[in-house]
Design a protein around this ligand. Sequence first.
Ligand code: PLP
Length: 376
Amino acid sequence: MRQIQMVDLQTQYQNIKSEVKEEIDKVLDSSMYINGPVVKEFQANLEKYLGVKHVIPCANGTDALQIAIMALDLKPGDEIITSDFTFAATVEVVKLLQLEAVLVDVEKDSYNISLEAIKKAITPKTKAIIPVHIFGQCANMDAIMDLAKEYNLYVIEDTAQAIGADYHSKDGSIKKAGTIGHIGTTSFFPSKNLGGYGDGGAIFTNDDEYAATMRSIVNHGMGKRYYYDRVGVNSRLDSLQAAVLKVKLNYLDNYIAARQKAAAYYDNFFADMDGVQTPARDSFSSHVFHQYTLIIDGLDQFGLQEELNSKGIPAMIYYPLPLHTQKAYDAEKYNDADFEVTNYLCKNVISLPMHTELDEEQLQFICESVKTFLQK
Ligand SMILES: *Cc1c(COP(=O)(O)O)cnc(C)c1O
């Protein structure tokens, strides 16, 4: 059996090696390492794939969030509501920009931001909501956009884990994750569903004005060359990463299908096992399985993780601690009782290996190993 990885980028690379090398060689031969033509090509291909008017490449997914928030022109102390059950990047940038991050609880089944919790958290200072499409499935965007309209709020979708997911809107249209809110952001970190061989990120919008503002922000706030209209940052996707991503974008739908196939195997195996909850699917979203995460009631998470590791199976706890308990994010301002679901999830979830190269032999071994532990 091939060695099991949490994300098997090695095997994936072997399968696309010649194409990737060819594109990388083109960049090396051109010596246009920054803003080479391949960056524009990848940008155009991604715009087409997502069906969005503007893609603005940048240096990573955290920058993408920061730049999106900077484009909204908010005032210090303005509030942004986001999910308690996510990677820290989402709240970090809010705080960095002197804005107030307001963490709220998530839905039990989807682990996505809770609508009820958003409603309760809205104040006159609330200016934006950042739903995170966690683990690869979209939050309830129709309902979030309705709320945003009612309260005049911006919506930035954090699509770092869900690029390529389809959102089925109540008007019958199908849109790609990240193209529904005012702005969408993503990450091309190597382990993400569309990952480069280094850091990278992008911002999406259908709005010409936000797009122009964000293009200026990523380039030091420049409008016309050497005329600075605003304070910006330096955030670029380099040509080598764009070359890799251009090749991998052509495979994204196949990669998603491979993840879904592995997820179906897990689903099937764990379907009838007592106390084990497989990932729920919302009718309005496809699931692109950035992670395959089980909820196991009363689980000894670290015990299971250790036993799997001892058999050569990696497994991760995403996320072991709720963000509302973290010192950096104003833990003292929250009431722990408002985070019932996140608190529960952090204690009872485990993410199994999930990537594009899992074969049946590996899947079976992983499943049987989890079962053995649970039946002890
Ligand atoms: C990975 C990730 C980010 C940050 O992306 P980087 O490219 O690592 O900066 C932001 N939000 C979520 C939900 C992520 O999973």
